[in-house]
Design a protein around this ligand. Structure first.
Ligand code: NDP
Length: 319
């Protein structure tokens, strides 16, 4: 008998982000009606073109949702001490609910010290150790945007998490570790893999939910994936070698056109050929990456509420 072919479901991050932004806008209106306008301050140091694009996009989204925003643009030569003073001022301001320090910072600036100087209650990136602790102990707080976006994709797509084998490849503080913690809080059975993991396919093949957050273009191949699995591809890798583009995207006129125009295309950490085996998957681009700004907006509103003792978001409740 011929094997039945199931068409994998594409998890549309852009549509989910729009849904979340619409909800945030409603929340903002309700707060404004109580005389509270949520406010976000973004610190952008120097002139890194990619960072400028990200920041512009964050500021623009604030405007669309009715969130007050302020951009601070100190020069490349700013010292750690001067940056700390800037953060202190923002910590003390009542009209600022969220403080975001756009990374990377110049090498002479102590990034870790700065991230820890942001008040945990205004830490909308969710990078402060206090928020990492709150996430671990299931207390209300601010969670990192990218893994929070992954959970929203799963939840809003009605994909089961409780009792599922979830494998996270990557253990960074901003993606892998918090993603693993959120999946655990949602009652998945979680395995975390990393560069020292021996026999990675042994683990990935057992994954009902596979989160790839490694920063290695197309590393997870079709042979490493369990048929019918949910594949969450966090990787954003720019490839510029025509042979590589052809290898990842054969017979793909759309990608070929993008490559001809820009000289690069983006590929995730999961090989595109693996998606055919999935039950559901997030595309790159248009998957997880699309959620990050929406979750930042959500966090800014959550921060505005939590700081004033208004019931806010609670980290992914057990299901
Ligand atoms: P990091 O470089 O901080 O972490 C990468 C992780 O992958 C590490 O834990 C590393 O292991 C692991 N790893 C690397 N190579 C292998 C391997 N061969 N086998 C198994 N594990 C491996 O990256 P980030 O977490 O910051 O980002 C990961 C990816 O996600 C990147 O492509 C990034 O661009 C993307 N990203 C996307 C975002 C979005 O969608 N908005 C936001 C943030 C990131 P070890 O710890 O042992 O070194």
């Amino acid at each position: 008998m011929e094997e039945m072919k199931i068409t994998p479901r594409i998890l549309n991050g852009i549509a989910i982000a729009e849904e979340i932004k619409a909800e945030v806008a409603v929340d903002v209106q309700a707060l404004v009606a109580q005389g509270i306008t949520p406010g976000l301050a973004v610190i952008l140091v120097g002139e890194v073109p990619a960072s400028q694009i990200y920041v512009r996009s964050k500021i623009k989204t604030c405007g669309e949702l009715g969130i007050f925003s302020e951009m601070l643009t100190p020069s490349e030569s700013i010292t750690t001490t001067e940056m700390l003073a800037l953060v202190d001022k923002l910590n003390a301001r009542d009209d600022i609910d969220g403080i975001l320090i756009q990374l990377p910072l110049p090498r002479h600036v102590n990034t870790k010290r700065l991230l820890e100087a942001v008040s945990p209650n205004k830490d909308v990136d969710g990078f402060h150790p206090v928020n990492a602790g709150r996430l671990q102990s299931g207390q209300p707080g601010l969670a990192p945007c990218t893994p929070a976006g992954i959970m929203e994709i799963l939840r809003r797509s009605d994909l089961p998490v409780a009792g599922q084998n979830a494998v996270v490849v990557g253990r960074s503080d901003i993606v892998g570790k918090p993603a693993a913690m959120m999946l655990l809080n949602a009652s998945a059975t979680v395995t975390v893999c990393h560069s020292k993991t021996e026999d990675l396919p042994k683990f990935t093949l057992a994954a009902d939910i596979l989160v790839a957050a490694m920063g290695r273009p197309g590393f997870v191949t079709a042979e490493m994936v369990k048929p019918g699995a949910t594949l969450i591809d966090v990787g954003i890798n720019r490839i510029t070698d025509p042979a590589e583009v052809e290898e990842f995207f054969p017979n793909d006129p759309e990608r070929a056109a993008t490559f001809a125009k820009r000289g690069s295309v983006v590929v995730g950490d999961i090989h595109p050929a693996a998606f055919a085996k999935a039950g559901a998957y997030t595309p790159v681009p248009g998957g997880v990456g699309a959620l990050t700004i929406a979750m930042l907006m959500r966090n800014t509103v959550t921060a505005a509420k939590l700081r004033r003792g208004i019931a806010g978001e609670v980290f992914q409740e057990k299901r």
